[in-house]
Design a protein around this ligand. Sequence first.
Ligand SMILES: CC(C)(COP(=O)(O)OP(=O)(O)OC[C@H]1O[C@@H](n2cnc3c(N)ncnc32)[C@H](O)[C@@H]1OP(=O)(O)O)[C@@H](O)C(=O)NCCC(=O)NCCS
Length: 234
Amino acid sequence: MGPATMSAPEFLAAYGGPAVADRRRIRIELADPWHVRQHRALRHRVFVEQQGLFERSDLDDLDLPARTIVLVAVDAEGGVVGGVRLAPCADPDIGWWAGSRLVTAPGAPVGTGMALVRAACARAESEGVLRFDATVQADKERFFARLGWTRIREVERHGAPHVEMRWLPGRLAAQTASKLPIAAVLDGLTPGPAGFVGDDGAPVPGTDVVAVCDAILTRWSSATPGGRAGVRCW
Ligand SMILES: CC(C)(COP(=O)(O)OP(=O)(O)OC[C@H]1O[C@@H](n2cnc3c(N)ncnc32)[C@H](O)[C@@H]1OP(=O)(O)O)[C@@H](O)C(=O)NCCC(=O)NCCS
């Protein structure tokens, strides 16, 4: 079979690329209430019963808010073979979101987990997020790294080693890359007085104003009609 007649999964398998789900076998959907129940059952089987990360239940506060989004992988028969959830980290939403509870069913088609992560990133990007984080089990770091996630730090969660990882939306990754060349020029500049941490803002001497220049602040301010108390953007 020549390359022109190969499907994407066959091509990537042949040439050593990362797994891509075969769209004839699974599709990623926004979960309806039945899907959510199937995802939760899968989560319970894996995170509670198999991995023992939780004693009785892995349900938490993020399973309640209306803003939490659950994506599921559905097979050709309509069964849920995986899922993941994503939600804002703060209320009001400041553009910082996190993904969690990624899980696939035993026997799910190859590429299901990666397809879920890619779909979660795409969904986060379409929500306009500025950063998308996940605290992943340490032995899954490579899996996420292959999908463009970067390591922040090692942490312990539920008694097991985890790694905080971050994925930057494409437009922000491009902006970061374009700013890198000026890093050397700014290196060593500390805009604030002693004890002030941060390089996106500086206290204005003699006032209680902090002058800032940061994309997240305008987002934070505009998240609430009328702006946030104490925060004005010009
Ligand atoms: C982690 C998980 C979601 C991966 O999903 P999956 O459907 O098995 O993975 P995919 O088929 O999409 O990806 C397969 C590729 O990832 C690789 N991979 C899978 N798990 C990996 C891991 N822990 N570390 C590195 N690579 C991994 C496979 O080797 C394969 O690579 P290849 O394409 O070179 O052959 C799934 O194994 C799972 O549900 N695990 C239990 C729940 C869990 O631990 N969730 C993660 C919490 S952080």
